[in-house]
Design a protein around this ligand. Structure first.
Ligand code: AMP
Length: 183
């Protein structure tokens, strides 16, 4: 059982690790990026609202992701734990998550910060070749991360919930470390 928030820059390995742990422990892997990409590919109303922001590498409006997280955390499979990957991305979202969790009487165990040097991030993103992984968009996403998301490191540190891990290692080594957070 665990309720974990994965923090870290794009390309830091959050999605890869969330998938591995989600399989190993049957924890739902809740990725706002995956949910939004799916909505874009199906051209749903959410997808139509999100698409232009995503193509530029900007954050989509907070209310869209807050609403989708609220719905997702209410699903039956999310009652016994989860891994949040890519949410929250700024302090408004982090505060909304705290409020939402107290409403539904849940609490996260830790916010895990994946530490990876910038050059490694850029290289990894260029290698995975997603639609929003062109070099210019990657640079912009890193800037958005530094300006809006990185402040969450101190947000969770202030609440004594931060765990930092060295994400610049093999996938298996990082997974081994993360397993220790699950009880
Ligand atoms: P990701 O797969 O987490 O890198 O997300 C891909 C894109 O989806 C981001 O660049 C944003 O445009 C959008 N996105 C994902 N999660 C969020 C979020 N929590 N808040 C705002 N935008 C998000």
């Amino acid at each position: 059982m665990a309720r974990l928030i994965f923090l870290g820059a794009p390309g830091a390995g959050k999605g890869t690790q969330a998938k591995a742990l989600s399989h190993a422990y049957s924890l739902p892997h809740i990725s706002t990026g995956d949910i939004l990409r799916d909505a874009v590919s199906k051209a749903t109303p959410l997808g139509q609202k999100a698409q232009a922001y995503m193509e530029r590498g900007d954050l989509v409006p907070d209310q869209l992701v807050i609403d989708l997280i609220r719905e997702r955390l209410a699903e039956p499979d999310a009652q016994g734990g989860w891994i949040l990957d890519g949410f929250p991305r700024n302090t408004v979202q982090a505060e909304s998550l705290d409020n939402l969790l107290s409403e539904i009487q849940q609490a996260y165990d830790s916010a895990v910060n994946f530490d990876v040097p910038d050059e490694v991030l850029v290289q990894r993103m260029l290698n995975r070749g997603r639609k929003d992984d062109t070099e210019a968009v990657i640079r912009h996403r890193l800037k958005v991360y530094r300006d809006q998301t990185a402040p969450l490191i101190s947000f969770y540190q202030d609440r004594s919930k931060l765990v930092s891990i060295n994400g610049n290692r093999s996938e298996q080594e990082v997974t081994q470390d993360l397993r220790k957070l699950i009880h």
